[in-house]
Design a binder for this molecule. Sequence first.
Ligand SMILES: [Zn+2]
Length: 286
Amino acid sequence: MTPRPLPRPVHPYKDETTPSFIWRLETANILRPGQLRTLLKRNRRPWIESLAAWTNCDPDVLELAMPQFVQPDLDPSLRWKLAGRPTRTTHTVACNRCTLARGAGRFVQIYSTHEQVICPRHRLWLGDGVTGVTDQLSIRDTPEITTAWHHHKNLITRHGRSGVRKAFHIASVINWRWYDRFHHFTAATDTYDALAAKQPRHANSHAIVAASLYPSIVNLTAAMASPHWAEIAHSRRPDLFLDRISAEITDGWHPRGASDPLRHWMTEDWLPGFRGSDTIRPSAPR
Ligand SMILES: [Zn+2]
């Protein structure tokens, strides 16, 4: 039996995750949580067919909004259209002011790319540590975070997405290890204090620490993603590279010792927990 449209259809939000879309559909139609998911699992048809029928929506429209429903062997023209959109590597909660403005409610979970850490329009933090709408703290009084975000995007233009994503991943691991060991350096402390002063309810949350570390992570990403600086870092005379890091991030301290995470990267090109590309490529991977 073909599923029939539900009384209150829901429009998909761009790059919305499947659980988020199903949750919004259930909530709008006052259904039990998990009720539609149970039906989807019971029906032997592709999920997109049922979702399209319930929402009275063309499957093509759903696929364009939510590329996770597109078959891997899709036609090249559609793949070309979806190039650059996020894969299922990273997800976040979409800016709640943007989702409200577009009639999608306050909570929409979306797949995102690694540089989607702020909403530039509403100046909200959407990056690491944000698991719900209440974690989306305001970055209006800390322009260094928005400046770092522009820098991050420029790095992608200059060095390519793949290299910057790798460098950003390891730069995050390194900055968090330094944070665990030393707490933080001056730049991050100043940003943290400015964020916490206006929004004390966020004090000590993962999101506020992540937002405070972000400018330092981007600075380290810039040094690591640059082929010129990476070559110095991996050479036998890495002093210039270490000088740059100590001047820009670590308050004059030169990372040293076998257990230091940056030195580990310099000697072994360490990349723990890296999950590959975060965007759909124009042609299918071979
Ligand atoms: Zn927004």
